[in-house]
Write a protein that binds this ligand. Structure first.
Ligand code: ADP
Ligand code: ZN
Length: 437
């Protein structure tokens, strides 16, 4: 394969040099942190009064984890480390579930972020000749502007399409000859359903690649999008606390996401004991940002579950790879005492070609017991008035789920394109159980 590198020197930096670069950057980030009220207090409590107190990367262990609650407590300026007039932008969580969290950026921070995004986009094989349709929400959400800046940095023609409105999306793809898409994986699947409905011919489109991120999806979902839309799908991972997208991204090998270790220090810990897991084991990802001066965040508990690859990548990049994020430690459902991750259900149903592109998991109380219902669309080839194949499919889903998650769910089949679709991240689970029972 013809690999291309945005910044070959850094992307292929030998590990020992990469680690000393990390140490230098960590020291700088500690110096920056000591200017933010929250860390000034927290670091000095833990005996860190200057960057000189950090001598090796292991010294990071002396710093306690930072949680989402810490960020909320620090709202609005507790994590700000530069003068207010040096801040040129903020991004924030929507705040619908309580106090928002906010991240500030200096001019240099925005530049750094765009650089990491460009590295991702270019590393996935895109060039300035591409036309990039960014079909994700703009605004306070980081996905829109994050990819936008990266696309411009690469020199692609960027269409700030935003999310939703499939008819307009198809029209733009045709008008401008779009070659690359970015959307949530659930929206990419939805697009395919709508394409059939609208009678848009695949041959009228020039799309070749799609970036899918902002929410977890299984390998089967990736394959499904690739087969149906006939595009190469690259997994993109990020979170607003760490800038947004551009933290970890798949290279042309499409097997795991390189985490940019000159921008982030990644650790993986057991979410219960908070001890590091053994190499290659799954646990919660902890991230320290090394490329931001306005809002330092040290050892952030992402809640995202993943593991490191233990083998180097064929592309020659030295930055370690993460396995696709299977979900969040707080996503786990306990159904009649059995632990289930929504991703386990997705894996089963998306592997079946009779199943359509959208699904919803509903949990409710049925007397004293929990009841799990899996609602899934059927593929457009299956007619809803023909009960025999439907019954067979329902039984097949029930049996396969029973075998994989040890729960016997109720399965509801719905017509292709009929389950609700969200403009932002997909809502895959509705847990209607009363909270205090
Ligand atoms: P943004 O998507 O802009 O970073 P948030 O900060 O609200 O917005 O969401 C970040 C979270 O989204 C991550 O912590 C993770 O749970 C989820 N996420 C993002 N990208 C992926 C991905 N490629 N795979 C799985 N989960 C993802
Ligand atoms: Zn690689």
């Amino acid at each position: 394969m013809n690999f291309q590198y945005w910044d070959p020197e850094i992307e292929k930096l030998p590990r020992n040099e990469l680690e000393s670069l990390q140490l230098n950057k960590l020291k700088t980030e500690i110096e920056i942190s000591l200017r933010a009220p929250f860390y000034k207090e927290r670091l000095s409590k833990n005996g860190i009064k200057s960057a000189d107190d950090i001598r090796t990367l292991e010294d990071l262990n002396r710093i306690p984890f930072t949680t989402k609650n810490d960020l909320r407590d620090g709202f609005p300026y507790g994590f700000l480390a530069i003068a207010r007039d040096e801040v040129i932008r903020l991004h924030s969580s929507s705040g619908t579930t309580g106090t928002p969290t906010v991240i500030y950026f200096s001019r240099q921070d925005i530049k750094n972020w765009a650089g990491f995004m460009a590295r991702c986009i270019y590393g996935a094989g895109c060039t300035k000749t591409d036309v990039f349709q960014n079909m994700i929400t703009y605004g306070l959400f980081t996905g829109g502007l994050g990819f936008h800046q990266g696309g411009e940095e690469v020199g692609m023609l960027v269409i700030p399409a935003g999310a939703g409105n499939t008819t307009r999306q198809f029209k733009m793809m045709q008008d401008y000859g779009t070659t690359v898409l970015h959307a949530t994986p659930s929206f990419l699947l939805h697009l395919e359903t709508k394409m059939k409905e609208a009678g848009v011919e695949r041959s009228s489109l020039s799309i070749k690649k799609a970036f899918g991120g902002a929410e977890p999806y299984s390998e089967d979902t990736r394959k499904r999008i690739e087969t149906l839309l006939k595009v190469d799908v690259y997994n993109s991972y990020g979170l607003s606390e760490m800038n947004g997208p551009g933290v970890a991204f798949e290279c042309q090998c499409k097997d795991g996401l390189h985490i940019w270790e000159d921008g982030y220090i990644a650790e993986i810990v057991n979410p219960d004991t908070l001890e590091p897991v053994k190499d290659g084991e799954t646990g919660e990802l902890i991230l320290t940002i090394l490329c931001r001066e306005a809002t330092p965040i040290l050892r952030y508990r992402t809640r995202d579950l993943t593991s490191f690859y233990t083998e180097p990548c064929a592309c020659g990049r030295t930055h370690r790879k993460l396995h696709r994020i299977t979900g969040r430690s707080d996503d786990m459902l306990i159904i009649n005492g059995v632990n289930v991750f929504p991703s386990q259900i997705e894996e089963v149903i998306m592997a079946m070609k009779e199943v359509g592109n959208n699904y919803l998991i509903v949990v409710e109380k049925d007397g004293a017991l929990d009841k799990l219902t899996v609602k899934t669309e059927v593929s457009a080839e299956i007619f809803m008035d023909d009960s025999r194949p439907l019954n067979a499919l329902r039984e097949k889903i029930k049996d396969t789920l029973q075998a994989s998650i040890s729960i016997n769910p109720k399965v509801e089949l719905h017509e292709s394109g009929s389950l609700p679709i969200s403009e932002g991240k997909a809502v895959r689970v509705k847990d209607n159980r009363p909270r205090d029972v």
